[in-house]
Design a protein around this ligand. Structure first.
Ligand SMILES: Cc1cc2nc3c(=O)[nH]c(=O)nc-3n(C[C@H](O)[C@H](O)[C@H](O)COP(=O)(O)OP(=O)(O)OC[C@H]3O[C@@H](n4cnc5c(N)ncnc54)[C@H](O)[C@@H]3O)c2cc1C
Length: 489
């Protein structure tokens, strides 16, 4: 067996979260090995947020051009996928090449190892024949992969996941999308706007089922207006592919056919691949449970989608800042011994970095690492109109026994919404006993941007009485917040 190589920290998985942690720890002067089996940067830059938002930007430009009719004259629109595919290949993904990201990490002082990492007992990570012994800790940032439902026949077909949908150079004429969640709807709308006949199949009784029903209704109407067929209550049970076309068979006898099938039915962490049993952690959960400083167990942290706290890049980045501060705090204490005062100079400049990094996540000084707080977790579905949401939904609030008040403001009845001819709404969920908001949804042309004020309101527990006595700029989309506040009952 290979002699273990002694390092300070090993980071397994250099996606959004892992890359951030590894780079910051290396910059702080620790010896950091970063292990990545695929592309440094992970899902977001290569098959997720960035290329999908480039697609959305292009599709929205088409939609906006089509709105010229009746507003400002006439425009003839001829969609062409080639510039979109080219932009994704050249600008977003560098043809799915991570050389620049690897160089960036190495430039910060990190040691890069390509391969699949696996825990190999306390403090140890194995990558192929190499074993690394980490003095200060191991950080797992291995993310998730598409969760493929066990439908009869599906595995034998050439179905798409988000990877093929993002890499596509030539659009199909028809696409069946299995899954009406955020990713499925975003991609469905993009492809429909480029002329693909799209059918979305959703098992529950509405699309975007994790968000407020009012948001689902607006988005479903918008997609239908783009020509997307939406079928809800579809329990798919079998799939076949005859060499050129897919057929999805539902339990109730319905059949849906199309040239391509995109499966976007959620994502799942693969805990069984991580060797968690070698450190005494049970790996039979869907995600890896962590505390509010991302500890899994002694000397092991996790970051990003793997933790199940929200599959968003901003969660991975938020958690990464806490992990960096906490690992550096642990390293400092370990080096300084049991009487660490918080001021001794150790671990190659790590002390300075503790306070610098701590500041980024809430002004922590050495030894006072901030704790994660997800109360105002924001999320945006980038359909047109966008759905921004934060905190909990009305249903979640009722299930938790909150004394709920709900208020809705329609965008169409605000001046800006009427001028814009935009559909949307603000929905607020309040805790009447505390006099604060606990959830908010903003649907509209800039729903994701309007959200930010509502995130502040929930995060800082701003009293509703104060929100009612603020000045909201006229005529903005966010003035519908005033209507929703007035409607709270
Ligand atoms: C189509 C799509 C659109 C999205 N849009 C948005 C959006 O608009 N906004 C948003 O906030 N989020 C969006 N997301 C989610 C976002 O991409 C993820 O939340 C983010 O990538 C999570 O980062 P991560 O570091 O946890 O994991 P990942 O990015 O998944 O990275 C994990 C890395 O670990 C590597 N790895 C796994 N196992 C091992 C191992 N054993 N050894 C070594 N390496 C390993 C993987 O190869 C991967 O590179 C989108 C996702 C998809 C699929």
């Amino acid at each position: 067996m290979a002699e273990p190589e002694l390092v300070d920290v090993v980071v397994v998985g250099l996606g959004v979260g892992g890359e951030e942690v590894a780079g910051k720890l290396a910059e702080a002067g620790l010896t950091v090995v970063g292990v990545e089996r695929d592309l440094v940067g992970g899902e977001c830059p290569y098959w997720g947020c960035i290329p999908s938002k480039m697609m959305i930007r292009a599709a929205n430009a088409l939609a906006e051009a089509r709105r010229v009719d009746g507003l400002a004259g006439t425009v003839q629109v001829s969609p062409d996928w080639a510039p979109v595919a080219r932009r994704i290949r050249e600008e977003a993904t560098d043809d799915w090449d991570d050389r620049a990201a690897v160089d960036r990490f190495v430039g910060k002082g990190g040691r890069f190892v390509r391969g699949a990492g696996r825990l190999d007992g306390p403090g140890r990570v194995r990558v192929g024949d190499r074993v690394f012994q980490a003095r200060h800790g191991i950080v797992l940032g291995t993310g998730t992969r598409p969760s493929i439902p066990p439908l009869e026949g599906l595995a034998e077909t050439p179905y798409w996941t988000n990877h093929q949908a993002i890499e596509v150079e030539e659009l199909p004429t028809e696409l069946v999308v299995l899954g009406g969640g955020a990713i499925g709807l975003e991609l469905a709308q993009v492809f429909a706007r480029f002329g693909v006949r799209v059918t979305v199949l959703e098992a529950s009784d509405r699309v975007l089922a994790v968000e407020e029903p009012e948001a689902s209704a607006v988005v479903a109407d918008a997609l239908r207006a783009d020509g997307v067929e939406i079928e809800t209550g579809v329990r798919a049970e079998r799939v076949d592919h005859d060499g050129s076309r897919f057929t999805v068979y539902a339990q109730d006898g319905r059949r849906f056919t199309g040239e391509r099938l995109l499966v976007v039915t959620g994502r799942r962490a693969h805990l069984d691949e991580l060797g968690l049993d070698t450190v005494g952690v049970t790996a039979d959960q869907r995600y890896l449970p962590v505390d509010d400083r991302m500890h899994v167990t002694d000397g092991i942290w996790a970051v990003g989608d793997l933790t199940g706290e929200g599959a968003f890049t901003h969660i991975a980045m938020y958690q990464a800042a806490i992990v960096v501060a906490d690992v550096l705090d642990h390293a400092r204490r370990a080096e300084a011994g049991p009487d660490a005062s918080g001021t001794s100079s150790v671990v190659g400049g790590a002390v300075g970095a503790v306070s610098a990094v701590g500041g980024a996540v809430g002004g922590a000084a050495a030894g006072t690492v901030p704790r994660a707080d997800y109360r105002a977790l924001p999320r945006v579905t980038f359909t047109d109109p966008e759905v921004g949401a934060t905190g909990i939904t009305e249903r979640q609030a009722r299930e938790r026994g909150v004394n709920v008040q709900v208020g809705v403001g329609r965008l169409e009845s605000s001046t800006r919404g009427w001028i814009h001819r935009g559909d949307g709404l603000i929905k607020l969920v309040a805790d009447a006993d505390q006099g604060v908001l606990v959830g908010a949804t903003s649907v509209g042309p800039a729903g994701g941007e309007v959200l930010s004020g509502l995130v502040v309101a929930i995060h800082a527990a701003v009293p509703i009485s104060q929100l009612r006595h603020m000045i909201y700029a006229y005529p903005t989309f966010h003035r519908a917040i005033e209507d929703a506040l007035r409607d709270l009952r």
